[in-house]
Design a protein around this ligand. Structure first.
Ligand SMILES: Cc1ncc(COP(=O)(O)O)c(/C=C/C(=O)C(=O)O)c1O
Length: 349
């Protein structure tokens, strides 16, 4: 039975007897073999489907630890800026913890599913006329001003600590680290957390080697590929529409020590990958989560994807978060009269 990561990995986390053990049964998500895409690409391919966490993204892994520790340290409320998933997760764990949660979202740039979540979980949702980077500056300022307001963005170290749990689950299931781990990069916290998690597992002898960490960004929001901040990031993958990643230095170190790489893909390549993943292997992930597959397809096209590798794609968010983007790329339903003849015609019977 899933009891949540504070239970499953209790001995690896900075918990004390005073730390409340929050849980929405996050973690222990499936590592799905992507057989058809794997055959297509000539690799052994898996999807770590973190879209099956309680609020539909990997954010729950860090949020459960950050909110538990915030309670222990006397916080009276939570605050975060978000492109959507962090706010959904903060709102849910704030509700579970029984404390208010304030979320700052870039006005008009958040997928409908994520906005609905933050609202229904009872967060105070504040739409900022500006992008995520501006909203994060405001949230950090507010948290500095008011000590009892705990910021739960990935500037909060407990967030990245909790997110290490995904790397441990992958290694526990595969028996070692994969050859490559490919994931989307926005604020760059998750790639840094995976690196720390794999390093810890190597330190305690659970794995032999670190996987190559491949960070994929959208072409219109690719500061780590460009090597400089992007002031006006733009992409259909709104979860990674971030131009000033707060964990950039950690992420660069993660790519360097694992001989990995940052690469970027276009919005079209992302949406094509989203449709491919769903129609070939039955997994519906949100646009940002499909950037890694788009990256693999691009490497394969350029002859830079070695055969036979064991690769894990991190599917960070559920496709249901952003149905509008997915619908923009598919044929809409055909409408018929309610008669057997009309159906027979469509079915070609
Ligand atoms: C589905 C999905 N995939 C990838 C990322 C990028 O992770 P980071 O590189 O650790 O930022 C996000 C990030 C979202 C937010 O930053 C937020 O919700 O505020 C995401 O929601």
């Amino acid at each position: 039975m899933r009891k949540g990561i504070l239970h499953s990995y209790e001995r690896f986390f900075p918990l004390t007897e005073r730390t409340p053990r929050l849980s929405l049964c996050e973690g222990d998500t499936p590592l799905v073999p992507l057989r058809n895409m794997g055959r297509e690409l000539g690799v052994e391919l898996y999807g770590k489907y973190d879209g099956l966490n309680p609020t539909g993204s990997f954010k729950d892994r860090g949020m459960v630890l950050a909110v538990s520790k915030a309670l222990e340290e006397g916080a009276k409320a939570l605050i975060c800026a978000s492109t959507g998933n962090t706010s959904a997760s903060a709102a849910a764990y704030g509700a579970a913890a029984g404390i208010p949660c304030f979320v700052l979202l870039p006005a008009g740039k958040v997928a409908v599913g994520k906005l609905a979540q933050a609202l229904i979980y009872g967060a105070r949702v504040i739409a900022v006329r500006g992008n995520f980077d501006r909203a994060l500056e405001m949230a950090r300022e507010a948290s500095r001003e008011k000590g009892s307001l705990a910021i739960v963005n990935s500037v909060n170290p407990y967030r990245l600590f909790g997110q290490r749990s995904a790397s441990w689950e992958i290694c526990d299931e595969l028996g070692d680290a994969p050859d490559w781990l490919v994931l989307p990069v926005g604020n760059a916290g998750n790639i840094s957390a995976y690196c720390a998690g794999f390093e810890f597992y190597r330190e305690i002898g659970r794995i032999e080697k670190l996987p190559r960490l491949m960070g994929v960004q959208a072409e219109g929001a690719a500061p780590l590929v460009k090597g400089s901040p992007v002031d006006e990031p733009e992409t259909v993958a709104t979860a990674i529409r971030i131009g000033h990643p707060v964990s950039a230095d950690k992420a660069r170190r993660a790519v360097e020590i694992t001989s990995g790489q940052f690469l970027s893909v276009s919005d079209d390549e992302i949406l094509d990958a989203q449709k491919m993943l769903a129609s070939s292997d039955g997994i519906f992930a949100e646009p940002a989560s499909c950037a890694p597959l788009a990256g693999l397809v691009k490497l394969r096209k350029n002859g830079r994807l070695p055969g036979g590798l064991r690769i894990v794609l991190v599917l960070t968010g559920n496709g249901l978060k952003d149905p509008d983007s997915a619908v923009s790329r598919v044929d809409l339903p055909v409408e018929i009269d309610g008669t057997p003849e009309a159906l027979a015609e469509v079915l070609g019977l």
